[in-house]
Design a protein around this ligand. Structure first.
Ligand code: NAD
Ligand code: UDP
Length: 310
């Protein structure tokens, strides 16, 4: 099988490439390194079945070889990153997605979109099933990401309906693990870095907002199962174990045997108050559910950060 992975030098993309190599795929990884790093794929580039192309996917990509599958993961994903690159985020979600859908059409390839729980915005119902249409501020600071992904979903469905492309839409919920950037600003790397260095742990708001954290290997297995399925409507892929941010910070502080105090800072505008995937569809259609406990996943991540970053 020949596949193309956009955003393959990023956190999730690099783990996906690794998994696909283990499953005998021939991979073309396309990334412009705006938020990713060659460090994430250094161990893959020597592999015969792995090719890296440094390219911005909002411009046409010449790819003469046949393709069976396209995994479209390119996009800044951390709030700190997408605030820094607002226009790039809008463009990769819109123009970049269209470019990749056109490539899928040309190659008759399957196409999987890495969408996000952010399409639900600041949800009014909890947990969120795929049928929920969301509660998104269309002009707020997060809209550059949320609306780009909502457009990407609409575009994917339009190509499916009009051209009968074999498409998949994964709504990915908060995922964490090794290779997250130490400074990408997301809760897990921030808390681990702060706890390991005994510096204050920054809690935004009162810390009672919730998230549901999925370990990277679980996430990859769910994404791969979705690509292999025959289901073209969106599927939530995440861990339904919901916890408050204060709870997450406490777990990380204890597991790092840290002396860090908690300090409370302003809650970013439109920061969702609650988030938990309803994964009934993933269980029934993909026969998938996460297996790694928060303690095991956080331990593996702390170990990686200790050995690689700090
Ligand atoms: P990441 O920033 O580590 O990876 C994104 C990759 O895309 C980077 O390597 C970046 O350089 C590349 N990229 C961005 N714009 C590009 C462009 N125009 N052309 C080529 N490459 C480009 O982020 P991540 O956490 O690995 O997220 C990967 C995907 O999964 C994103 O689409 C994101 O929206 C989605 N997602 C992630 C999470 C999560 O918790 N990590 C949650 C929901 C959705
Ligand atoms: N958060 C926090 N302190 C930090 C980083 C994040 O309290 O140092 C909070 C953030 O406000 C949000 C939650 O943790 O409520 C998850 O944030 P993250 O950036 O990891 O992901 P997202 O907001 O995209 O779910």
């Amino acid at each position: 099988m020949k596949c193309l992975v956009t955003g393959g030098a990023g956190f999730i993309g690099s783990h996906l490439c690794e998994h696909l190599l283990q499953n005998n795929y021939q991979i073309t990884c396309v990334d412009n390194l705006i938020t990713g790093s060659l460090r994430n794929i250094n161990h893959l580039v020597k592999h015969d079945h792995f090719t890296f192309i440094n390219h911005n996917i909002t411009t046409p990509l010449s790819h003469p070889e046949p393709l069976d599958e396209i995994y479209h993961f390119a996009s800044p994903a951390s709030p700190v990153d997408y605030y820094k690159y607002p226009i790039e985020t809008l463009r990769v979600g819109s123009i970049g997605t269209e470019e990749m859908l056109n490539l899928a059409l040309q190659k008759k390839a399957r196409f999987l979109l890495a969408s996000t729980s952010e399409v639900y915005g600041d949800p009014e119902i909890n947990p969120q099933p795929e049928e929920y249409w969301g509660h998104v501020n269309p002009i707020g600071p997060r809209s550059i990401y949320d609306e780009a992904k909502r457009y990407a979903e609409a575009c994917t469905m339009a190509y499916h309906r009009k051209y009968h492309i074999n498409t998949r839409i994964a709504r990915i919920f908060n995922t964490y693990g090794p290779r997250m950037k130490e400074d990408d600003g997301r809760a897990v790397p921030n808390f681990i870095k702060q706890a390991l260095t005994n510096t204050p742990i920054t809690i935004y708001g009162n810390g009672k907002q919730t998230r549901s954290f999925c370990y990277i290997t679980d996430e990859i297995h769910g994404l791969y199962a979705l690509m292999q399925s025959n289901y073209h409507l969106p599927v939530n892929i995440g861990n339904p174990e919901e916890r408050t941010i204060l709870d997450l910070a406490t777990i990380i502080k204890e597991m790092c045997h840290s002396k860090s105090p908690f300090i409370f800072k302003d809650l970013p505008t439109d920061d969702p108050k609650q988030r938990k995937p309803d994964i009934t569809k993933a269980k029934e259609i993909l026969n998938w559910e996460p297996k790694i406990s928060i303690h095991d996943g956080i331990q593996k991540t702390i170990t990686w950060f200790s050995q690689n970053n700090l």
